[in-house]
Ligand binder design. Structure first.
Ligand code: AMP
Length: 420
């Protein structure tokens, strides 16, 4: 018996309502804020990710699905969505367009992680990127857009956290001070954190182990080390967020897991859970485009995990619209009736009406049961009597009302009800 690979899931038809709901909200949001859709391949040259996400990060060091193709190229399944968007920006010379260029994606993401609730080896992300401007008003707009996305989904009691992790100038002295501080606390921290002191000191701050919590809380704060430019930028972002009346808080331990971030980082958390469970997050990445071969270009983006959104929609019991059902189910009895049924189904579909027709030789009772479980509004029944009279029995499933009509009348009637 085959099963879906560990850490992956199948989105069965009964789950699809959640997914369409989230996608529809995402697409509507992007229209509102002026973002255009971009689709990129599911795999890229591995160096694109290694270079951008950072060799020392968990994603690159432990989680990428990397493989050689038959021509010997080393490729990786997309472990995040920002680097491919930046590759497109550079490859297609999008710096020639009016800036910032605003793009969004809905894409599968692959990470070899330890599967648990809300953490999978394949997941979907909705993300958006604004590339080509360093204005702090753009940071605020992106944060606002992320916040409005969750509000539009109907999710409640979320937390918005922000931080600044500085730039090329002010981060190195901060990292030195962080290393110095942690070196004095090696006895109190977990083995992973011991390795992080050298490999990725910023990540020391967001270690999820309770034993490391107090040490991280008392660690030097990045915002105390910001250079003048980063300080001014961070203050301006906060000013805009206040104008937008967004309920943000500063979390000094918020650093994000990818190396390319600069200055503003932010996350949106659901109620009552640990930092493991961020619904979405993002930040500025002012050096990435240049590192990928473009001109120096400032940018900021955000991504949200769709599975976690589904979990939270269910947890908060938020109803989602049901998916379209067949307007009419056509049942028949006998070979001649079946021919009429095929003709009627085709004519109705030409009219734009959603039809499901029975197949096989089931009893009328079984066919009606099927119509019921599909949730169609009407059933058309064609039996011997109807064939003789060149008519159809039309039953409204909820009221149970029934009438015998000609196929032509039935088409007119359904056209009228479906057009409202
Ligand atoms: P990241 O690219 O790590 O910033 O993640 C962005 C968002 O994607 C997170 O806030 C989560 O909602 C979601 N996410 C990240 N990793 C996973 C995963 N392994 N499984 C499910 N969702 C994830």
């Amino acid at each position: 018996m085959y099963k879906a690979p560990r850490g992956t899931s199948d989105i069965l038809p009964e789950e699809q309502g959640y997914w369409r709901y989230i996608e529809d909200k995402a697409v509507a949001l992007c229209r509102l804020y002026g973002y255009q859709r971009l689709d990129t391949p599911a795999f890229e040259d591995v160096r694109l990710f290694a270079r951008s996400i950072g060799e020392g990060t968990d994603i690159v060091a432990k989680e990428m699905y990397t493989f050689k193709d038959r021509s010997g190229n080393t490729l990786a399944l997309r472990p995040e969505g920002t680097a491919p968007v930046c590759r497109v920006y550079v490859e297609y010379g999008l710096d020639n367009l009016p800036q910032p260029v605003k793009l969004y994606y809905l894409a599968t993401i692959f990470r070899y992680e330890r599967p648990q609730a809300g953490r999978y080896r394949q997941h979907y992300q909705f993300g958006f990127e604004a590339i080509g401007d360093a204005d702090p008003a753009l940071d605020a707009e992106v944060i606002d857009m992320a916040w409005q996305f969750f509000l539009s989904l109907g999710l409640n009691q979320l937390y918005l956290q922000i931080n600044s992790i500085g730039c090329k100038i002010c981060r190195p002295p901060y990292l030195e001070s962080l290393k110095h501080y942690y070196s004095a606390h090696v006895a109190d921290i977990c083995p992973d954190c011991k390795a992080r002191i050298v490999r990725s000191p910023l990540r020391l701050l967001d270690c999820k182990k309770p034993s490391c919590h107090d040490v991280a809380e008392a660690a030097p704060k990045g915002t105390d080390y910001l250079c003048q430019g980063c300080q001014t930028h961070f203050e301006a972002v906060q000013r805009y967020l206040r104008i937008l009346e967004l309920p943000f808080e500063i979390n000094h331990r918020l650093v994000r897991g990818l190396d390319y971030y600069t200055r503003t980082v932010f996350e949106i958390q659901p109620p009552g859970e640990g930092a493991q469970s961020a619904l979405g997050g993002g930040g500025r990445y002012d050096n990435l485009i240049e590192e990928l071969g473009g001109k120096p270009t400032s940018a900021i983006g955000f991504a949200a995990g769709m599975e976690r959104i589904v979990l939270n929609l269910k947890g908060q019991e938020i109803p989602v619209p049901s998916l379209p059902r067949p307007e009419i189910f056509i049942a028949y009895l006998g070979a001649e009736a079946k021919l009429e049924a095929v003709k009627l189904a085709s004519a109705l579909r030409q009219d734009g009406i959603a039809v499901t027709m029975a197949v096989g030789d089931r009893s009328l009772k079984a066919q009606l049961r099927q119509a019921n479980s599909l949730g169609s509004n009407y059933v058309a029944i064609i039996g011997e009597e109807e064939v003789k009279r060149q008519a159809v029995t039309l039953r409204h499933m909820i009221s149970g009302e029934q009438q015998v009509v000609s196929p032509l009348t039935l088409r007119k009637l359904l056209k009228k009800v479906t057009r409202g």
